[in-house]
Design a binder for this molecule. Structure first.
Ligand code: NZQ
Ligand code: ZN
Length: 387
């Protein structure tokens, strides 16, 4: 295990009436003007908007709506939100939605507090924001764990880059599984696969020898898989949704990452695929993971074999370590298919050609934590195999 410092800024309210508890106990600390930020309207249809607005009114707040945050939020949307926050002198931002709404708000919170362009500041000057409009998150779609960290995944449309931008951490997160019940099952499953991906991307980072973070991680991965099976059988299974909501937070609250350099190579490729095609994040990962793993497993055979045994219950009897490792990857791929996620770009519903895939490969970040340092040519090969 590597050296680390651990502390966590996000206060979590989990379970029934989490939003009500969080808003009544936390919002009193902040000023009157609250930005209520949400997506394309699901919260209005589900009634969550009216409920949360009522809670803010009861807390004596003046509310400014910021709506229309799209899946895969854009930098232009961040700027629109930051302008509004400055104009209305917003004291607190309440993000109500999934990863996209929460991420957009993390950067609005930072951008509203500086004259500098956040993108230029972070990627050209390598300076990171230190002042934020405080924010909270009411989660309506779990999976990304976006409510648990200060990294936001933002798409810069002109630059054709989808990447992590550092912004605010939510001061609180309200995780009420009841708020996710209207989420279409396809999105529930893709979100939960995103959680599994976060676990795997951490597990396959270094070190890859036995350590407490990875052993907790194995338990979380098994839990995600078991509950995904339950949900595939019964989308209304509230017990499974509850478990998955906390799994999602566990994968991103830092616990599994303690002492690890994470991998996240699949994410880097998927993010760029998203920049070019606007594909669904969890579904893009489902296509990429098995193909990527078949390309790299030889560099970390023992770790992949251990993953196969501990997470997929692959028996090692009569098999070489190589065979055990490959069997684990095969089980992962079968699982992806069985729960209804795509296993190639055609099923993902995106149009790709060599020109697009080359652009994706050449713009994907290369991760030091991955067991194999990939070249753009190798990423291109992987992407071609995903078609
Ligand atoms: O926009 P609305 O109308 O609200 O509809 C949303 C959206 O269309 C809908 N939805 C959300 N809650 C709902 C609901 N529909 C019905 N009932 C509800 N209760 O679901 C759709 C998808 O929402 P979105 O927020 O885009 O999904 P998700 O939570 O998967 O977030 C994806 C974004 O998060 C980024 C992804 O790259 C992507 O941009 N990620 C953020 C991470 C982070 N900050 O730590 C880590 C992840 O790896 C990921 O990259
Ligand atoms: Zn993800």
């Amino acid at each position: 295990m590597n050296d680390f410092i651990y502390s966590y800024p996000v206060k979590v309210y989990f379970g029934t009436d989490a939003a009500k508890k969080a808003i009544s106990q936390e919002l009193g600390k902040y000023g009157k003007h609250v930005m209520l930020a949400y997506g394309g309207g699901s919260v209005k249809k589900s009634g969550v908007y009216d409920t949360v607005r009522g809670m803010l009114e009861d807390a004596g707040k003046e509310i400014v709506d910021f709506s229309g945050i799209m899946p895969n939020p854009t930098y232009a949307k961040v700027q629109e939100g930051a302008d509004l926050a400055r104009e209305k002198q917003i004291d607190f931002i309440l993000a109500v939605g999934g990863g996209s709404v929460i991420d957009c708000c993390k950067i609005i919170s930072a951008q509203a507090k500086t004259e500098k362009d956040i993108w230029e500041m972070e990627f050209t000057d390598h300076e990171y924001p230190t002042e934020f409009i405080p924010m909270g998150a009411v989660v309506t779609a779990s999976g990304t764990g976006a409510e648990m960290n200060n990294g936001a995944v933002i798409t810069h449309e002109e630059k054709k880059i989808k990447t992590g931008v550092m912004g605010a951490s939510a001061v609180f997160a309200a995780l009420d599984p009841a708020y996710t019940m209207t989420l279409p099952i396809k999105q529930v499953i893709s979100g939960a696969f995103d959680t599994l991906s976060h676990c795997m991307e951490t597990y396959f980072g270094s070190p890859r020898t036995a350590n407490v973070s990875d052993e907790i991680n194995e338990a979380v991965m098994r839990n995600v898989i078991r509950n995904l099976w339950l949900l595939a059988e019964n989308p209304e299974d509230t017990y499974a949704r509850r478990e998955l909501m906390w799994d999602s937070a566990m994968a991103e609250n830092g616990i599994l990452k303690i002492g690890k350099i994470t991998d996240f190579q699949a994410h880097m490729i998927e993010h760029q695929l998203g920049a070019y095609t606007d594909c669904n994040h969890g579904c893009g990962l489902a296509v990429i993971h098995p193909v990527l793993y078949r390309h790299i497993y030889k560099e970390a055979v023992e770790r992949f074999a251990h993953f196969a045994e501990c997470v997929w219950s692959v028996s090692p009897v009569g098999k070489t370590r190589d065979e055990v490792a490959l069997e684990g990857i095969r089980q992962l791929e079968d699982f992806i298919r069985a729960i209804g996620l795509p296993t190639n770009f055609r099923e993902l519903g995106i149009q790709t050609d060599d020109k697009l895939l080359k652009a994706v490969a050449e713009s994907s970040n290369i991760q030091a934590g991955c067991c194999k340092t990939l070249t753009p040519e190798e990423i291109f090969e992987i992407l071609q195999e995903c078609q």
